[in-house]
Ligand binder design. Structure first.
Ligand code: IPE
Ligand code: IPE
Ligand code: MG
Length: 251
């Protein structure tokens, strides 16, 4: 974080930002354009915000791109979203690599076409040795799916006799979730005006700071992003303690 910004100096550390990028469809509708035009415009915002995180040395950025419930959309929109995903994987990855970004895709990839799965594998491999921003793209992701798949993995280990039931604790569950090994998200942003989690990374949001904006994702920019970050730094994260305890801890 820039040292000359006093609101950023106290207490809170901002390592991981997660975003529900919502409002593409409404952005397009307002302009009498097809919903897909909103998704395309949304990709420009992704580029800008990733760039901003790289500049600010944020450790992890997790973006909700396609939820496990988004398959319920009209077939044509789903098809176009898949095409956009494939083209983004082809066109954007070189730039990410140049920026030292570590790309990860979280979600149930088995539902995607073989072509997309191959593009995902190639993209991840290209960026595998990078050491900068970790960019998690949540695709066919659902928080409930994530916890369920973790439970299955753990149950399998119990069945195989690798661990006993008494070994299961919160940290073991965390170690089997898609975001294992990463710092927990500190700041959650949702654009588009809705005040809900929509089955995003529900386990990790337990102690995250929330920021909602009515701005539609294609209109979201560095200025509003900075506002969300400022808001984060103005808060006191107590994690169950009292405010007085935190003040005395700082002394
Ligand atoms: C978010 O924008 C992008 C995806 C879910 C893929 P929406 O498409 O949900 O946009 P609105 O909410 O309909 O405006
Ligand atoms: C959440 O947005 C998922 C993504 C942004 C990818 P939605 O637009 O699907 O959420 P709901 O349906 O309004 O809750
Ligand atoms: Mg939406």
């Amino acid at each position: 974080m820039p040292a000359d910004n006093p609101t950023r100096s106290i207490g809170n550390r901002l390592k991981h930002i997660c975003i529900i990028m919502d409002g593409n469809g409404r952005w397009a509708k307002k302009r009498f354009m097809p919903r897909f035009a909103g998704h395309k415009a949304g990709l420009n915002t992704v580029r800008k915000i990733v760039g901003s995180c790289v500049e600010q040395n944020i450790e992890v950025l997790t973006l909700f791109a396609f939820s496990s419930e988004n398959w319920r959309r009209p077939k044509q929109e789903v098809t176009l979203l898949m095409e956009l995903f494939a083209s983004a994987l082809t066109r954007e990855v070189k730039k990410l690599h140049e920026n030292n970004v570590q790309l990860r895709i979280i979600g149930d990839l088995s539902a995607f076409s073989e072509k997309i799965q191959q593009l995902v594998n190639e993209a991840i491999a290209l960026c595998a040795d990078n050491t900068g921003l970790i960019l998690n793209i949540a695709a066919n992701y659902g928080g409930r799916w994530d916890i369920t798949q973790a439970a299955r993995q753990i149950a399998h280990k119990v069945e195989q006799g690798e661990i006993s039931i008494d070994d299961i604790d919160e940290s073991m569950i965390e170690d089997h979730l898609s975001l294992r090994t990463m710092p927990e998200p500190d700041l959650f942003i949702r654009t588009g005006g809705e005040k809900r989690i929509s089955n995003f990374i529900i386990w990790q949001l337990a102690y995250c700071e929330f920021y909602f904006t009515d701005t539609l994702w294609p209109d979201f920019d560095k200025k509003i992003f900075e506002k969300a970050i400022q808001s984060f730094f103005s808060r006191q994260r107590r994690f169950g303690r009292t405010g007085d305890q935190l003040t005395s801890l700082k002394k």
